[in-house]
Design a protein around this ligand. Sequence first.
Ligand SMILES: NC(=O)c1ccc[n+]([C@@H]2O[C@H](COP(=O)([O-])OP(=O)(O)OC[C@H]3O[C@@H](n4cnc5c(N)ncnc54)[C@H](OP(=O)(O)O)[C@@H]3O)[C@@H](O)[C@H]2O)c1
Length: 305
Amino acid sequence: MVVLRKVVQVGATGNLGAAVLESLISTPSLEVTVLSREGSSSRPVRPEEVNVITADYGSVDSLSAAFQGADVVVVTVGASGLASQARMIEAAIRARVRRFIPSEFGADTLHEKARGLPVYRAKVETLNLLKAKAAEGLIEWTAVFGGPFLDWGLSRGLFGFEPAAADATFFDGGSTQVSTSRLTDIGQAIVGILQNPSKTANIPIYIQSTCTSQKQLLELAERTLGKKYKVTNVSTEQMEKAALEKMKQGDMSGMRAFLVRAIFAPDYGCNFTARLANDLVGVKELSPTDLAALVDETLRQTGQS
Ligand SMILES: NC(=O)c1ccc[n+]([C@@H]2O[C@H](COP(=O)([O-])OP(=O)(O)OC[C@H]3O[C@@H](n4cnc5c(N)ncnc54)[C@H](OP(=O)(O)O)[C@@H]3O)[C@@H](O)[C@H]2O)c1
């Protein structure tokens, strides 16, 4: 029987990484090691409960030594670390790691339109490499897609509005139904994958805490905050064009526009309802009451901070 028990999590101190680490160390059957960059000053949650090691991410030898004995490598590094995943994959193969879970977790980079956006280049290259190595029988992969982070996104204006602001922005009309996931549900999905190794090998796992729209979320926010936003409509196609123009001039400041396009353009595949693996990996969807409570709690906390 396949067992994925010994886990090395790479980049466990970030926005998502901390929540994933919580889920991993709350699962008694798992043995968790956290890998950080040499010289990093960040510390994981509950450091006394995990073994923390460091490696030189520029060296396959160093990474391979860090992965020795692991059954699975879970990568939750942020944007600036995505390109180092090619070396991590080589190192994991060398260390005979069975499964590699790359840093995905957002929009569907397997979707024919989303995958062409420049912001996803490193993620697409990583999945291509994993698929090629899996076809040679050298390693298994599982990619988790959860859409925009729900709680984290609400607190950071990802859905087009912030509690303190008077204005909101709707992308492509604000009605696109989008799969979105809480950070803890992504953590649960990873635990669920490790507990169902055979059924999750070499496939994408789509999850959602809920499927909703900007309009629905703004309505809930207005109820919590007791105010009406002034809404402006923006076309994600125009945003993409403007960002591409900037890129041609060497200006990379428009990258967020590509993320918005992948999430909110109706034909970019960020509605996962027809292909959900929630049941397989143990992710429960929020009821409408739970969603309203989450919006309420998140916006109140954001407003206070
Ligand atoms: N769906 C969404 O709404 C959404 C939103 C944000 C992010 N994401 C995705 O979620 C994943 C994690 O993003 P995040 O925002 O949680 O990441 P993050 O907080 O920016 O960084 C996570 C960790 O990556 C490590 N790291 C930082 N710079 C690095 C570098 N140059 N090389 C290697 N490692 C580095 C750090 O760990 P150490 O200091 O311990 O080395 C850091 O704590 C990414 O794939 C990102 O695209 C999705």
